[in-house]
Design a protein around this ligand. Structure first.
Ligand SMILES: CC(C)(COP(=O)(O)OP(=O)(O)OC[C@H]1O[C@@H](n2cnc3c(N)ncnc32)[C@H](O)[C@@H]1OP(=O)(O)O)[C@@H](O)C(=O)NCCC(=O)NCCS
Length: 158
């Protein structure tokens, strides 16, 4: 059975393991910008403790399959400039599903649940940052109706 629940600080070690795998993958794919060693040493505990301490501004959803941790999603409520039509947004920060539970609709389930929470909080816009190489999440987001109206462009001076 697939179940979603709100996370708590006891989930930080599992979340950390997933994030390191995910961030190292980012670093390998975007090696011109990201430092793998520094990503491994990031203060994930601190970053997540802050979210668990600020329940009005952030939430973490955990998915369990038959009682086993299968993945998570972190979302932050953010204010963006007034010239946007909807300037209170839900920022989808981290989303990770353990490899053995992928392609079962779990990330879809997590994002839809985050959308429900956004609606309850009268938030009309969701946003996330996705690396160009990460086609899996892009396909998923397109299926859920997300678009990419802008992108970040980088150049490293040598
Ligand atoms: C990206 C990720 C979250 C997807 O989780 P998931 O639970 O497997 O996703 P879903 O089962 O909900 O997939 C829904 C749809 O997205 C697309 N999709 C998901 N993974 C895909 C993949 N590896 N290749 C191609 N399409 C993919 C498909 O269209 C899929 O529908 P289908 O299975 O009917 O074809 C998961 O692969 C993951 O944790 N990856 C590592 C972390 C990461 O990249 N996170 C996102 C950015 S922070």
């Amino acid at each position: 059975m697939i179940k979603i629940r709100k996370g708590n600080i006891d989930n930080i070690p599992q979340i950390k393991k997933c994030l390191i795998v995910s961030w190292v993958d980012h670093a390998k794919n975007v090696s011109e910008l990201l430092d793998e060693e520094r990503m491994r040493k990031s203060d994930i505990e601190g970053y997540y403790k802050k979210a668990f301490d600020n329940v009005k501004e952030a939430f973490i959803l955990i998915v369990e399959v038959d009682g086993k941790f299968a993945g998570f999603l972190r979302a932050d409520i953010q204010k963006i400039p007034d010239f946007f039509k909807f300037n209170n947004i839900l920022y989808l920060d981290d989303c990770y599903v353990l490899p053995e539970f992928r392609r079962m609709g779990i990330a879809t389930f997590l994002i839809k649940e985050a959308e429900k929470i956004a609606r309850k909080n009268k938030i009309k816009r969701l946003q996330g940052r996705v690396y160009s190489y990460n086609k899996s999440i892009q396909k998923l987001l397109v299926k859920l109706g997300y678009t990419s109206p802008h992108s970040t462009w980088d150049k490293v001076l040598i």
